[in-house]
Each structure stands twice: as C-alpha cells, then as structure tokens.
Design a protein. Structure first.
Length: 174
C-alpha cells in the first residue's frame, strides 16, 4: 500500500518543472517589457528635448518682438501699456529660457508634477482641447458637405454605395 503515493495528475515531477518554466517566461517578459518601456521613455524624452528647445527659441524671439513693441509704446508716451508689454516679454523670456535649457526628462517630470498637483487644470485643458477639436471637425465637415453638393448629390443617401446602386432610387424623394 505504500505504492499509492503517486500524484493525482500522474505526471510526477514535471508539474514542478512546468511551473518553473512559466515563472521564467514571466520574468523574461517583464524584463523585455521594462527594456521596451525604458527605450520608449528615452525616445519621448529626446523628442520633448528637441521640440522644447525649438519652442524656447521661438518664444525668446517673440519676447524680443514684444520688447520692441513696448519701446514703441514708450516713444508714443503710452507708459502703462508699455509696462504690461514689458512684463509679458519678461515672462516669455523666462519661459523661453526654461524650454531651451531644460532637458526632456525635467520637462516631463514637471508636467507630471503639475498634473498631480492640479488635476482639475488637466481636466479643464482636456475639455478645452476636446472643444477645439470638435469645432475643427465641424468646420471640416461643412467643407466636405459643400464638396459633395458640388458633385450633384442632394444628400448622402444619393451617394453611390459599394454595390453601385443608390438606396434613394427605391425611395420617393421628399
């Protein structure tokens, strides 16, 4: 009766080796995923760095333009508007310096921190971005409608289908 101590699966020790192989595969998958994540983060950081440097240079150029505008206002005797323009130029200059000097990792870190500190600002930005996108889509849909109308179709129901027949041929016009 001592021989009845076999495992219920009947596989002996191969169940333990399958568990080890699965564990190794999971570890390998985690390692590959981690490497891919690091590689992607490096690419994103590099892109942010390049684009932020370009944007920083453009902002600094705009700040110089605002400064010259403020000088013109001073020459015309408009000191208060010139002061506001000078303040805007100073802020633009600081922003341009930050964008030019900061590397991609620092900018991404700062954006993440801002999102954590001000989640409602991020939500509001998303809503504003969605609104702008919807307005752009609406404007482009009007253009598509006009181009369809120029082709002589009264409605989208009259557009030829993939089969070559128009559903409106079988329906009375309204």
């Amino acid at each position: 009766m001592a021989d009845t101590a076999m495992p219920a699966s009947g596989t002996g020790s191969s169940g333990a080796s399958n568990g080890g192989a699965t564990e190794q595969a999971q570890e390998k998958a985690k390692e590959v995923a981690g490497q891919a994540q690091e590689k992607m983060r490096g690419r994103v950081s590099e892109q942010v760095d390049q684009r932020s440097t370009q944007a920083g240079e453009q902002v600094r150029g705009s700040a110089e333009d605002v400064r010259s505008f403020a000088q013109q206002l001073r020459e015309q005797g408009k000191d208060k508007p010139a002061q506001y323009a000078e303040q805007a130029a100073d802020r633009a200059e600081r922003l341009g310096g930050y964008l030019t000097d900061a590397d991609g990792d620092r900018i991404l870190h700062d954006v993440e921190d801002f999102g954590r500190r001000n989640p409602w600002a991020v939500v509001a930005g998303g809503v504003a971005l969605g609104f702008v996108a919807s307005r752009m889509l609406k404007a482009s849909s009007g253009e598509r409608y006009r181009s369809t109308a120029q082709q002589g179709y009264r409605s989208t129901a009259e557009l030829p289908s993939a089969t070559g027949t128009r559903p409106s041929q079988f329906e009375p016009h309204r």
